[in-house]
Design a protein around this ligand. Structure first.
Ligand code: CMP
Length: 140
């Protein structure tokens, strides 16, 4: 199967604890390649727009506050079946349900401070990549 791309965020709980390298190692060891990456401070507008799909959910406000509470690392990952592979490596959204060896099992603090975000489908990945990166910033 040809290499595909997905979008990933290393969240503020992980940048705060200085464990971005450990997380990237897990992604790389899992067969994904970082083809674009930047460390940014998300603005409130960006976080609101990025998570707009959740705007009716009770946790939306807290999620926006959390995602703007410190720097994040946004990245494009490439590999075979990248969306699904990344989700396997991340583990379940709630760390209490995450399988052993996954990023969230090992590093997440809570369902909100769960260390990483990953696109849930190929179409979402395209939109999320375009939200943060121009095509010439992706060098794979
Ligand atoms: P993420 O993959 O970034 O997508 C939406 C985020 O909302 C999710 O990870 C969680 O960090 C956060 N979140 C907070 N509370 C909940 C909840 N009850 N259910 C699902 N997601 C939640």
């Amino acid at each position: 199967m040809a290499a595909t791309r997905t979008f990933s965020i290393i969240k503020p709980d992980a940048t705060r604890r200085n464990i971005t390298g450990k997380i990237i190692s897990k992604l790389e060891e899992g067969g994904l390649r970082v083809v674009a990456q930047k460390r940014i401070q998300m603005t409130e507008d960006q976080a609101k727009q990025f998570y707009a799909v959740h705007k009716e959910r009770p946790f939306y406000g807290d999620l926006v506050s959390f995602m703007t509470s410190g720097p994040v690392v946004v990245q494009v990952l490439e590999g075979e079946d990248a969306v699904a592979r990344n989700r396997e490596i991340m583990g379940a959204t709630n760390p209490a349900d995450a399988a052993d060896g996954t990023i969230r099992k090992e590093f997440a603090e809570s369902i909100e401070a769960n260390s990483v975000h990953g696109s849930d489908a190929a179409e979402t990945a395209k939109e999320e990549i375009a939200f943060f990166f121009t095509e010439d910033e992706i060098v794979g």
